[in-house]
Design a binder for this molecule. Structure first.
Ligand SMILES: *Cc1c(COP(=O)(O)O)cnc(C)c1O
Length: 440
């Protein structure tokens, strides 16, 4: 059982912690005094800047160091929060470790949330973020779910842009389109072991080297399985994601839970299932909920199917709905839905009109579409894997081969991916692509 409060209530103000009153900046203090409330808001305009004295070399985008996903750029941004004083002035400073107490709330109670987005170097040599305000708003929702403090999302957006402006120029050199991965994170640093709302937190933003995972990452299947009948193992060789449907004893999210929040507590418990899927030659777990086989998400991306409706005979792009708060409200998901509604509303050439539908659907719907020859395409959509065509779904002994994904992705998946890619890399000028000016 978790211990009751070991430290008395009053100790929050008297116990020395990693954050001392003297670390408050003058600006922060001024801000606190001037406000009507005693809690200072997060304010990007107060950000201090300390540049690194030991700048590091930029690894090759396809090299082992990038694939290891451990390298971040020269700087990071941090901001501390206390219940007593609110947000301190944010700091842009050299990337490196920070210390927290062994009793810190995050280490015991998973009081953590995060975001994931990319900084792109476009084909026009400009730096861009994609719909960043959505990530900042979502982080507020995630923070609220895990008892972390609220903040002005516009301030977070400005802090992210400041880091991108500072490090983007060097770490995403001009003339080489590509991306870095941004990881805004918030942790509760409160050193009180009692199970309670944390009174101290740290928000930080890091910018990381990240491999291009929009191509299949499947571990090669064991040699004996190559080309052979599968016995529950995926065949190696074809492109497109191979998904292993989760079992009933492994549930990612449930009604009334926190599947809609990007909180660390959603990911650690999925790693066993993910590891098993990889060991069997699959790329990702397809998360299934309940006896009825409700299809939710694929790994850490939203899942889409295109099939021909039995009722209407028309093509439908289908994905799970948000209302039950089981799935993550992906920025990529929202963008796919909007573009499909705008641009697939009527038949143009080989691209037929598609109805866009957010609703609950079950594995049996996919299986019957497959058996009737109505299954057209499937793909995962998220920042990390971008738009990833699905080639195979293994569901409790049954294999569903998604037809057009064999060899290459289908026409709808390819078309939607291209639309988004063009906005991210500046081939199409669009309000979703936010240009970031570099610090020279
Ligand atoms: C982050 C994430 C997604 C994708 O969200 P994007 O905003 O599109 O990157 C989907 N599902 C889960 C579970 C996620 O964690």
């Amino acid at each position: 059982m978790a211990p009751a409060a070991i430290t008395p209530e009053s100790s929050g103000t008297t116990t020395p912690t990693t954050m001392s009153a003297s670390s408050l900046t003058q600006a922060g203090i001024k801000h606190m005094r001037s406000g009507s409330s005693t809690q200072a808001p997060l304010d990007a305009s107060l950000m201090t800047v300390e540049l690194t004295k030991s700048p590091r070399e930029v690894p090759h985008p396809d090299g082992d160091e990038t694939k290891a996903q451990k390298t971040c750029t020269d700087h990071m941004v941090t901001a501390r929060w206390t219940q007593a004083a609110g947000w301190e002035a944010p700091e842009l400073k050299p990337y490196g470790p920070f210390s927290i107490m062994p009793t810190a709330s995050v280490l015991h109670y998973a009081t953590e949330c995060f975001e994931g987005l990319k900084l792109y170097r476009g084909n026009d040599d400009k730096l861009r973020l994609f719909r960043i305000s959505r990530n900042c708003e979502r982080m507020r929702k995630s923070a609220a779910r895990i008892a972390l403090p609220d903040f002005d999302p516009q301030a977070l957006e400005e802090m992210i842009k400041a880091l991108c402006a500072r490090d983007g120029g060097k770490w995403l050199p001009k003339g080489r389109p590509g991306f870095l991965y941004l990881r805004p994170t918030m942790i509760a640093t409160d050193p009180a072991l009692g199970v309670q709302r944390p009174k101290e937190a740290l928000l930080y933003i890091i910018l990381c080297c990240f491999p291009d995972m929009s191509v299949s990452l499947a571990a090669p299947a064991p040699p004996a399985l190559n080309g052979a009948a599968t016995n529950g193992h995926a065949k190696a060789g074809s492109t497109g994601l191979k998904l292993l449907a989760s079992n009933e004893d492994s549930i990612r999210a449930w009604p009334g839970g926190f599947g809609y929040a990007k909180v660390g507590a959603n990911y650690g418990p999925t790693l066993v299932a993910q590891g098993e899927a990889r060991a069997r030659g699959f790329d990702q777990v397809l998360w299934i909920l309940g006896h009825e086989g409700y299809v939710t998400e694929a790994g850490a991306s939203n899942f889409f199917v295109i099939w021909r409706s039995k009722e209407t005979g028309r093509l439908e792009l289908v994905t799970a709905p948000l209302e039950e708060r089981i799935i993550l409200e992906g920025v990529t998901r929202a963008s796919v839905l909007q573009l499909a509604k705008e641009r697939l509303a009527k038949t143009v050439g080989e691209v037929e009109q598609v109805d866009v539908v957010e609703r609950r659907f079950v594995m049996d719907d996919i299986i019957s579409a497959y058996k009737d020859g109505r299954l057209v395409e499937a793909f995962g959509a998220g920042t990390a894997f971008f738009i990833a065509p699905v080639a195979l779904i293994h569901f409790r002994g049954k294999e569903i081969h998604v037809p057009t994904a064999e060899g290459e992705s289908g026409v709808y998946t390819r078309t939607i991916k291209k639309w988004l890619w063009d906005i991210m890399y500046g081939n199409e000028s669009h309000e979703w692509g936010i240009v970031v000016d570099e610090v020279q």
